[in-house]
Write a protein that binds this ligand. Structure first.
Ligand code: RB5
Length: 143
């Protein structure tokens, strides 16, 4: 199950991501927002963070205008490793090295085609389980 969240700046791209997940039969839960009325991105970052930390959802995808504010809000929650990705290489590396559990996208930054490649890469790349990467993640979590 993938947890989805966005603010008004990410709403249009989140709708495209929903279509994309549905086409692939990937289950998701949409924590809002549900239209383009102005809202506050920390609200949706928190809902997605809680869903990932509780185990209800294995990963999350958050979208705001830039991906930046919503990633900062999500990363306030211990155990959340939210990564802003602007290309598939970053999506691949943040899964391999950081075991990122939340992908953050900017609705004003990436187009639909690129965004879907980023989403696919993020969702299909497994953590490397490399010893040095595990140690570094533990250092983040235990700080
Ligand atoms: C909203 O205008 C915008 O600030 C928000 O979507 C996000 O990009 C913040 O980082």
């Amino acid at each position: 199950m993938i947890a989805l969240g966005c603010d008004h700046g990410g709403f249009a791209l989140k709708q495209e991501i929903i279509k994309h997940l549905e086409e692939q039969g990937i289950a998701y839960r949409d924590f809002g927002c549900y239209d383009e009325s102005s809202v506050h991105y920390p609200v949706y970052a928190k809902e997605v963070a809680k869903a990932v930390l509780s185990g209800e959802c294995e990963k999350g995808i958050l979208v705001c205008s830039t991906g930046l504010g919503i990633s900062m809000a999500a990363n306030r929650f211990a155990g959340i490793r939210a990564a802003v990705c602007t290309d598939p290489f970053c999506a691949k590396m943040t899964r391999l090295h950081n075991d990122a559990n939340v992908l953050c996208l900017g609705g004003l930054v990436v187009g639909k085609g690129l965004a879907m490649e980023i989403v696919d890469t993020f969702l299909t790349t497994e953590f490397s389980n490399g010893e040095r990467h595990i140690k570094r993640i533990q250092m983040i979590e235990n700080d």
